[in-house]
Design a protein around this ligand. Structure first.
Ligand code: SF4
Length: 705
């Protein structure tokens, strides 16, 4: 490998250190391997992370493009940026909220901070989200509710010390391979166990000691059944509850009957008891999108935290550990997202708002009063005329939003600017496309899911017509709001962010580029140049949470039913999950899947039952390994059926980030976090040659947004 450059893998939020090689001529990466000196992974790396860094699929955007006479045509940066800046100015002159900005966990901290600063402090729009709302918002809201802070308590150091590992609604064997290796090894050790809770027998479940398969969308019912049994059995940690928490009596009195809740979740009391017993041990409770992406995502995440609180599973080797997906989704939470200011400062506190305005040298009145509705709400705001212009940075809402067909129709009605290294479903109908650098070409920092800040360094020169996200954002920003970015290089922008976090829960002020050069990666909170964050809320045997009382708070949510139950017309339940090449709407692997249908995994018994209902018509039979039509009340897609006993009967599994999947998903959202209900909706499966187009046409009263 030539001139290996130490950097951080940006495929997932494990945050492995990589060494990337340079090429002798031209542009690109000349080899990738794990960095044995990096404190996160000590040389480990996964094949997908290496492949997507070294040789991403997808089609690169190589020139700025503008739409003329209906066609995207190449142009210069001056022309493209001139059009963007004029359009932004015109929109803002009508209404600050008329310009929506959608960011991504694929950006460095420096770019994400600059984008949030521009959206909130330059444009003054409420329509901003750094992507948190599509992924971690339910966990974030639950953390604030419980701990008064979004800082997850655990770190990777706790994995080895846990006796029980409960993985709930997540598939880290596919999504976070290196971290899963640590979990798997710890779970395989003597007297340790790995319990996996997922409707589908995932790759993670295959490795587990126990697999529990609740009905889709019933995680909250199961969590409450377990807490009810913990309470009935007298297995609560009364000393911890009494000294470190509030609200336990309220949750206990709101708990459902354990047997009824277990029946709702479709599991036996034997299973509930087994889970209740597991929490006797030091337990790490990991969860992912199967919990967050639900209309009750916040309450479900809160119920998982409650299980840890009630059993005293808070402290080194135990606790709630949400698994972030995109590489810098934790960093964007620190930089500011929909509901926070930099440093995870509260959006609602006037003093925090004033301090941000002072730091940015802008009038406080420019900052929006409300955090906005998130990406699903942005598309609705286009429809009602509130939003005229959308700027999508390193994100692909045309494929990634639920009920994607309706979302696309709305985005088409806006003036759409897309900034991305690759052509995506969204660039297809953009008005301006700005070619941005990707990882391997960018300079900055990211934060992994255990709060560790690590450097991203370029190993390739930038192609001539490509600019970094930070360069594009600060150029637009200084044109619209002169002086907003006195510094435009990554290091001073990082220093500005770090200084704004001083004294907050996410204190980066002791972490500098020089320190990262010396130490590789450092966890926040780090208020001094020598300090590093460890387990949160716990010091020398004393608990202290960032709530007004200093105690952790229980929650009281109970299961309200699934968002879209099966009906006679749509008798099956669709669930979605990650496949190995399914990050970032698959755009870095899109050339590998573009010609193939999305694969729908279905239990062979389900296929047989559906065929029985077709009254033996051989011409109209659903066949494994053949195409079929999968429809929901929002639309239909052609899928390749694969018979798979890992999927329970009466269910269909689709990969979350295939472009076809979100034609079907439901855009209902959690009322607290605004996170969409990607994980459960009603569908039908019919043979491809049965003409059902009219029958399945979207009825106005069935269209859900
Ligand atoms: S586990 Fe994640 S961060 Fe580590 S190499 Fe694989 S994709 Fe990259």
């Amino acid at each position: 490998m030539n001139n290996p450059v130490p950097t951080t893998c940006m495929r997932c939020a494990v945050g492995c250190g990589h060494l990337t090689g340079t090429v002798d001529s031209g542009y690109g990466i000349g080899g990738v391997r794990g960095d044995i000196t990096h404190p996160t992974n000590h040389g480990l790396a996964c094949a997908r992370g290496i492949e997507e860094t070294e040789n991403p699929g997808g089609t690169w955007v190589t020139r700025p493009q503008v739409r003329r006479n209906g066609e995207l045509v190449p142009t210069t940066w001056d022309v493209a940026l001139g059009r963007v800046i004029n359009e932004f100015r015109e929109t803002l002159s009508d209404s600050r909220d008329g310009l929506a900005v959608l960011g991504s966990g694929q950006q460095t901290n420096e770019a994400a901070y600059a984008l949030g600063k521009l959206a909130r402090g330059g444009f003054g729009t409420k329509h901003y989200d750094a992507n948190t709302t599509l992924c971690m918002a339910s966990a974030v809201t639950a953390y604030y509710d419980a701990f008064g802070s979004d800082a997850p308590p655990c770190t990777y150091d706790d994995i080895d010390d846990a006796t029980t590992h409960v993985v709930w609604g997540a598939n880290p064997a596919v999504a976070h391979p290196v971290m899963f290796q640590w979990i798997d090894e710890s779970g395989a050790a003597n007297q340790s166990q790995l319990i996996v809770i997922d409707p589908v027998e995932t790759e993670t479940a295959e490795r587990g000691d126990h697999h529990i398969a609740p009905e889709p969308g019933t995680d909250l019912a199961l969590a409450r059944a377990v807490l009810a049994r913990v309470s009935e059995r007298g297995d609560t940690d009364d000393k911890f509850i009494e000294t470190a928490t509030t609200g336990f009596e309220a949750v206990r009195s709101a708990l459902p009957d354990a047997e009824e809740a277990a029946a709702t979740a479709g599991v036996s009391m034997h299973v509930v008891d087994m889970l209740a017993e597991a929490f006797d041990d030091p337990t790490l409770l990991y969860w992912g999108m199967g919990v967050n992406q639900s209309v009750q995502g916040t309450e479900t995440a809160g119920a998982l935290i409650d299980l840890c609180l009630a059993t005293g599973n808070l402290g080194p080797g135990s606790g709630p550990f949400s698994l972030t997906g995109q590489a810098n989704s934790m960093g964007t939470r620190v930089c500011s997202s929909k509901g926070t200011w930099p440093g995870m400062r509260s959006f609602d506190k006037p003093a925090e708002r004033q301090s941000i305005a002072d730091a940015w040298d802008i009038p406080v009145t420019r900052l929006p009063d409300e955090p906005g509705p998130g990406p699903v709400g942005v598309t609705q705001a286009i429809e009602d005329g509130t939003v005229e212009t959308v700027w999508a940075v390193a994100t692909n809402p045309a494929a990634g939003l639920p009920n994607a067909s309706a979302a696309r129709d709305r985005l088409r009605d806006a003036f759409l600017v897309v900034q991305d290294p690759f052509h995506t479903d969204t660039t297809e109908f953009a008005d301006v496309v700005l070619p941005a650098a990707t990882w391997g070409e960018s300079d900055g920092t990211v934060v992994n899911m255990e709060r560790r800040v690590s450097r991203v360094r370029p190993a390739s020169r930038l192609a001539p017509a490509v600019r970094t996200d930070l360069d594009i954002i600060t150029t637009i920003g200084n044109a619209i709001a002169p002086g907003l970015f006195p510094e435009t290089a990554p290091e001073p922008v990082y220093d500005e962010l770090a200084s704004l976090t001083a004294g907050t829960a996410a204190d980066l002020s002791g972490i500098s580029y020089d320190r990262l050069d010396d130490e590789g990666a450092v966890r926040w909170p780090a208020p001094t140049a020598k300090s590093e964050g460890g387990y949160q809320y716990y010091t020398d045997g004393e608990w202290s949470f960032r709530t007004p009382s200093g105690r952790a708070r229980f929650s009281t949510g109970t299961h309200n039913g699934v968002a879209e139950p099966p009906t006679e017309s749509y008798p099956l339940t669709l669930t979605t999950g990650r496949e190995s090449d399914g990050y970032n709407t698959g755009i870095r692997s899109r050339d590998k899947q573009s010609d193939s249908l999305v694969v729908a995994r279905i239990n062979p018994d389900t296929i047989e039952t559906l065929n029985d209902d077709l009254a033996g018509d051989d011409e109209a039979e659903i066949r494994a390994d053949a195409a079929a039509t999968l429809a929901s009340p929002r639309g239909s897609v052609t899928v390749q059926v694969t018979a798979d006993t890992a999927v329970p009967t009466e269910m269909v599994w689709l990969p979350i980030h295939h472009a076809a999947t979100n034609e079907l998903t439901l855009a209902a959202t959690d009322p607290r976090s605004n996170e969409p209900n990607y994980k459960q909706c009603a569908v039908s499966l019919t043979p491809i040659d049965v003409e059902r187009t009219e029958e399945r046409a979207i009825q106005p009263n069935e269209t859900s947004t």
